[in-house]
Design a binder for this molecule. Structure first.
Ligand SMILES: [Fe+2]
Ligand SMILES: [Fe+2]
Length: 238
């Protein structure tokens, strides 16, 4: 029997010839991205426009919000091409991720969210860049420059805030409350979904590999670049 787990799937139509486990796994990922891009734009990016302190910051925040809504639109379109009902790709149907369970109250908090949560998103999108399902791979390649822009936005505005003592305190306080939520974003150490994603060449890395990489990259940003402290968390890996 030949191993067809790494078969490339060039179009949505070609999904029909793939096993149910593969189609379901792709569907889960597309639904999750569609839901979470929308929810994040609603609870973080759009409200942040009002928090932005200057016309320049508002302009860039509008761009970030526009792009996050755009990511939802593109993932939802892909889902529809795959035959997923539009209602299944809304936050009322599927619970958004826990990284959004945070009451955004300040500009500094938003800048930290872009710095740290969009870094986490970059890792997730990187993992899809070589996905065997090409429409998803192509979407990852298309959204990647925008996610990088969001993380850079976070880094630039955090750097600017850190020029004053008060700003440094605000950024550190936001990191202290927001960062601890993030490592769990990568999923459980032993995850059946992740096993299936890797088996079919949809994703490349285990949740723990991504989590460790994330913590290291977050440390470079927070401690190396901003000169602040990354909270020590107990990260258990199996
Ligand atoms: Fe996004
Ligand atoms: Fe983003």
């Amino acid at each position: 029997m030949t191993d067809d787990t790494q078969t490339q799937v060039p179009t949505c139509e070609d999904l029909a010839g793939r096993p149910e486990e593969y189609r379901e796994a792709i569907g889960k990922l597309v639904i999750s991205h569609a839901v979470n891009e929308l929810y994040g734009a609603q609870v973080f990016d759009e409200p942040a426009i009002a928090l932005a302190p200057t016309p320049y910051a508002k302009w860039l925040t509008c761009r970030v919000a526009m792009e996050e809504y755009g990511h939802h639109v593109r993932f939802k379109e892909l889902g529809e091409q795959m035959g997923i009902a539009a209602e299944r790709m809304t936050p009322s149907e599927k619970k958004p991720l826990s990284i959004f369970e945070f009451d955004l109250e300040s500009w500094a908090q938003f800048c930290v969210i872009k710095l740290l949560a969009d870094l986490a998103e970059i890792l997730q999108v990187e993992d899809l860049l070589h996905c065997t399902f090409h429409p998803l791979r192509n979407l990852a390649r298309m959204t990647m420059p925008e996610e990088r822009f969001h993380a850079q936005f976070g880094e630039d505005f955090c750097t600017e805030l850190c020029q004053t003592e008060e700003g440094r305190r605000d950024v550190q306080a936001a990191i202290d409350i927001y960062y601890p939520i993030l490592p769990a974003f990568f999923g459980r150490s032993k995850s059946r979904n992740n096993d299936i994603f890797r088996k079919w060449g949809i994703k490349q890395r285990t949740n723990d590999e991504m989590r460790i990489d994330y913590v290291n990259r977050a440390r470079v940003l927070v401690e190396g670049k901003l000169g602040l402290k990354l909270p020590e968390l107990e990260i258990t890996v199996n």
